[in-house]
Design a protein around this ligand. Sequence first.
Ligand code: 5GP
Ligand code: ZN
Length: 108
Amino acid sequence: MEKDCTFCKIVNGETDTQFLYQDDTLVVFRDINPHAPVHLLVVPRKHIRSINDLEKEDSTIISHLITVAKEMARQEAVDKSGYKLLFNVERGGGQLIFHLHLHLIGGW
Ligand code: 5GP
Ligand code: ZN
């Protein structure tokens, strides 16, 4: 848990953010400022700054993020129409929250 990290606060239940899914490794919630009809964030409970900071032992977290994103796409009924999975990496990549997260964007 990082002090002053918005997503650490969310994954630790310190906000009123509703989780669409949660387990021991990650949580899923809707983006507060959606860029598409469906815009979810898949967020590991572990504070990792960005893809640049991944350690070897984090590979199971990343594969789980993607597997859950696939399930959420089905649950949100965008699996057939299609969707994007996106990691923004650091400021030049559009990252604003420096706690790793996977965007699931679709529903156009
Ligand atoms: P980034 O640009 O870092 O990849 O994406 C951060 C995303 O988090 C943005 O799309 C932004 O709208 C979303 N976001 C920022 N703060 C909050 C929040 O407090 N709650 C929710 N649900 N989403 C947030
Ligand atoms: Zn954090």
